[in-house]
Design a protein around this ligand. Structure first.
Ligand code: ADP
Length: 212
């Protein structure tokens, strides 16, 4: 019996961590059985290349590493996580709540490509991770859509560190790429800008309720 995979996605500063926390608490309060999974898993050896990439070992700007190469760094971490941590639970019909998934490659790596190359990249990405690596396809992807200004304001309040978070033009490109991917793959877009976390959470909960 195949499990159910729900993914929360959005650019940095979209409020993804906040919304993930609210959804986790709601499901816990309702007494539902589920597993929480987040990526990248910075404390695991399978994220070694992700950490080197974010630290700037392969170049100090996101564009210094081509999106196909960078996507493989993140994909192997997901593969290791699925195979060693929660694959059995999922294959037994379990509910898994993901803070980022293959969807993050679509946004953060798709951002490095001109618009006309994004479609072929997204098709390659899905075939690579879901087809060739055998990672599960999400049943539902919730994409948190924000204006770039809201994301930048929030990140400034929080303080960012890595090569992605330092580069505002790159963040704007991620927003473009995220919207493109949402349309391409048919993600559910939730408006996560100038609204309270509780209002945004309500939309997310309603969008996943039928598969809980
Ligand atoms: P992400 O995980 O997408 O980078 P976070 O959830 O960490 O985003 O949120 C970034 C910052 O914005 C945090 O300081 C958080 O408290 C704040 N924040 C989150 N959601 C909202 C919201 N709806 N309105 C205002 N600020 C928010």
């Amino acid at each position: 019996m195949q499990g159910r995979l729900i993914v929360l996605e959005g650019i940095d500063g979209s409020g993804k961590s906040t919304q993930y926390g609210l959804l986790v608490r709601r499901l816990e309060m309702e007494g539902r059985e589920f597993r929480r999974v987040g990526f990248p898993r910075y404390d695991c050896s399978s994220s070694a290349l992700v950490r080197a990439y974010l630290a700037g070992d392969f170049g100090s700007a996101p564009g210094d590493v081509n999106p196909y190469a960078a996507s493989t760094f993140y994909a192997v971490d997901r593969y290791a996580s699925f195979r060693t941590d929660w694959g059995r639970f999922y294959d037994g019909g379990g509910l898994v709540l993901c803070d980022r998934w293959t969807t993050s490659n679509a946004c953060h790596q798709g951002a490095k490509l001109p618009a006309e190359q994004r479609g072929p990249f997204l098709d390659w990405l899905a075939e690579f991770e879901y087809g060739l690596l055998g990672l599960p396809r999400p049943d539902r992807v919730i994409y948190l859509d924000v204006a770039i200004k809201d994301a930048v304001d929030r990140l400034e309040r929080r303080g960012g560190e890595d090569i992605h978070e330092r580069d505002r033009d790159y963040l704007a490109a991620c927003l473009d790429a995220g919207r493109f991917a949402a349309a391409h793959y048919g993600w559910i877009v939730v408006s996560a800008g100038d609204r309270t976390p509780e209002a945004i959470h309500g939309d997310i909960y309603r969008a996943v309720l039928d598969i809980l």
